[in-house]
Design a protein around this ligand. Structure first.
Ligand code: MSP
Length: 653
């Protein structure tokens, strides 16, 4: 029998800097879904990748003094590494700079042009480069800013090709109406339908003022608009239109495009219209999830409030980070990240609830049964309650996973975990052990616990892929694949007679006091570091008063020098600090600077900055800092002062 296929995609990421926990959210959710579908026996194709063209990337590369491809190569390697660390099980990773992609984009553009749906005209309007989005005057937010990201937009006037989106508006509305599951959650569907009903304008699909993009096939002066280019990845990765298009035939239309709510318009309006114009079937579903927010608002590099998932994985482990993301925020809604919330989830759900269930159960099997799980005897009514819940839970979890309700699915599994913990208290195996008549009951209770642990672990596998291996070793069933898959979610498959191997706690508790001490230490050591508070970001900051007068002799005491940044890295457990190695003349010294919320380490390497070279050395987080880097700050922003021409060691007066 041929397997049912399932094609799911994440957005392809802009390699303009390191990814943060918000980006990881989409991919972790997609990965949980992919793993779940695979466990259910689907032939899954899970695609992710990078969106490498456009003005933003071209500018960033220029700032870094690199060619665009050279610039993105390093970042793409970092993104791949992050997905490895997060145990993302994608089947393909597409880069829009690959030939297999470019050709498909050009072919589709040409086809739509040839049929008269793309025409040449002139674009005059607004463009937000960070979002790579065109806006009409009417769509702009206050003070000519981008309605999506709030940053200033640019006025663009250039010859462009336009795509007749307006022609397809009615067809799209009809499609949405006839396919009630196409746009989800349903609130986003209403937003999109309203947007289309307000009237679609033709879309500018080429640019001439920069060159980092796929050339328009009929006019080499133009490059194709980056969203037209990027969206096409979903079919170019399947070899659409190529000699071997077997993947396309097998997997298209996509079952789910998983995207953040900010890019729903591109996926539910522009993309379907491109497909309609090109005569290609539309995806089954576009699901727009909410934001992972911080107390200080939306994460953004310009605000300097991004959370690095790699740091969290190192500190808490990949399963805990994945669990938190999927459990804490109901998929579809916005939710908040804080380290405290993460630690609470680890301590309560993972360590107290699930970890403890495993630990107590294995301890009792060791103590009361000499380490071997025996066959259950005839159960009582009381055992049956646990068994009934264990038998009903998989179907509930399935129903919720099919609706992408990851948080509710986990909550359902935890009902069973908690029921089992309560069952231990009620059954009191320690008393049964003392009762000469209690042997059979004791064996039954401990068998039931082993079986619940197995079932919960199987159901958690898509969300916490490195968990099962650890549990199987402790439960003594490693390698027994037939009782680890989704189809093994039936009561009673745990093999009686299994010798368990109790080990260290699978989810060690995190000491909150230690964590608080860490952040206190951070506050103390960073007292001299400029603070960027959440409020500072919200309201315009007053310009600081000029300080009292000093003499020229006073000023002459400060030895300011040009220094070249040779290397730079984040200081462990200090969100605000970067450790830089800088060259001042012939000397190389270490400087610790509180600018980590404003710069990624790699952005500074190669830059020439100004240091206060004769500042008394100070220890920050145990690292001796020799000098201080000059930076300007206002209104929540911070910019390091840089020099272009002067050699490292040169004086600044
Ligand atoms: N390159 C486009 C996508 C093109 S798809 C054809 C893009 N890239 S992105 O890198 O800016 O964002 C990738 C994904 O991360 C998007 O789904 C976006 O919504 C998501 N997130 C970015 N920040 C986020 C949060 N703080 N929270 C949740 N998801 C967020 O857009």
């Amino acid at each position: 029998m041929t397997k049912k296929s399932f094609y799911l995609t994440t957005p392809i990421y802009y390699p303009s800097g390191n990814l943060h926990i918000g980006h990881a959210y989409t991919t972790v959710a997609a990965d949980a879904l992919a793993r779940y579908k695979r466990m259910q026996g689907y032939e899954v194709r899970f695609l992710t990748g990078t969106d490498e063209h456009g003005q933003k990337i071209e500018r960033k590369a220029k700032e870094a003094g690199k060619a665009p491809l050279e610039f993105v190569d390093t970042i793409v390697a970092g993104i791949r590494n992050l997905w490895d660390k997060l145990l993302i099980s994608h089947d393909d990773f597409i880069r829009t700079t690959e030939e297999r992609h470019k050709k498909v984009v050009q072919d589709i553009f040409k086809r739509i042009y040839d049929q008269g749906d793309i025409y040449k005209s002139e674009y005059e309007g607004w463009y937000c480069t960070p979002c790579e989005t065109f806006f009409t005057q009417r769509q702009l937010a206050e003070n000519q800013t981008c309605p999506d990201c709030g940053r200033p937009v640019e006025l663009v006037k250039e010859e462009s090709y336009f795509f007749k989106m307006s022609k397809y508006a009615d067809q799209l509305l009809q499609y949405i109406e006839e396919h009630p599951d196409f746009i989800q959650p349903v609130t986003r569907k209403h937003e999109m339908v309203n947007f289309v009903k307000q009237g679609l304008e033709d879309l500018c699909v080429s640019r001439t003022t920069f060159s980092w993009g796929i050339p328009v096939p009929i006019d080499g002066k133009h490059v194709i608009y980056v969203w037209f280019d990027a969206l096409t990845n979903y079919i170019s990765a399947l070899g659409y239109g190529m000699e071997d298009d077997s993947l396309f035939r097998k997997f298209w239309p996509a079952d789910v495009h998983l995207v953040g709510k900010d890019i729903m318009r591109f996926h539910t309006i522009i993309w379907p219209i491109i497909l309609m114009a090109a005569g290609i079937e539309l995806p089954q579903k576009v699901f727009g999830h909410g934001w992972v927010l911080l107390d200080s608002g939306k994460m953004s590099k310009s605000k300097g409030n991004v959370i690095d998932p790699l740091v969290l994985i190192d500190k808490y482990g990949v399963d805990a980070v994945r669990y938190f993301l999927l459990r804490e925020v109901p998929f579809g809604q916005d939710g908040y990240y804080s380290e405290e919330a993460l630690v609470n989830r680890i301590n309560i759900d993972l360590a107290n609830d699930f970890g403890n269930l495993i630990s107590r159960s294995t301890a009792m099997v060791n103590k009361f049964l000499g380490g071997t799980v025996a066959a259950p005897g005839a159960g009582t009514e009381f055992d049956q309650e646990l068994i009934d819940l264990a038998q009903a839970t998989p179907a509930q979890v399935e129903k919720l996973m099919d609706k992408l309700e990851f948080s509710n699915a986990l909550a359902e599994i935890w009902k069973l975990v908690n029921k089992a913990n309560k069952y231990i208290d009620d059954a009191a195996p320690w008393s049964l052990n003392k009762d000469p008549q209690g042997r059979e009951k004791l064996e039954t209770v401990l068998y039931n616990l082993a079986e619940v642990i197995r079932l919960c672990t199987v159901m958690c596998t898509p969300m916490m892929p490195s968990l099962p291996e650890k549990v199987w070793v402790q439960m003594g069933i490693e390698g027994q694949e037939e009782i680890m898959g989704w189809d093994s979610l039936l009561w009673g498959k745990f093999p009686a007679g299994t010798k368990i191997h109790r080990g260290d706690p699978i989810f060690p508790r995190i000491d909150l006091k230690e964590l608080e001490k860490d952040s206190e230490a951070l506050e103390v050591s960073e007292a001299s570091v400029p603070e960027e508070s959440a409020q500072a970001e919200e309201k315009e900051e007053a310009i600081e008063e000029i300080m009292p007068e000093i003499t020229i002799e006073d000023f002459a005491k400060i030895d300011l020098r040009v220094a070249e940044v040779l290397s730079c890295e984040k200081v462990k457990k200090a969100d605000k600090l970067l450790q830089l190695s800088v060259k001042v003349g012939d000397e190389v010294r270490t400087v610790v600077s509180g600018i980590a919320e404003h710069y990624q380490p790699e952005e500074l390497v190669g830059k020439k900055v100004i240091v206060v070279a004769n500042l008394k050395p100070a220890k920050l987080r145990g690292i001796e800092s020799r000098g201080m880097i000059l930076a300007a700050s206002h209104d929540g922003k911070l910019e390091v002062v840089t020099i272009d021409e002067i050699t490292p060691g040169g004086t600044v007066r």
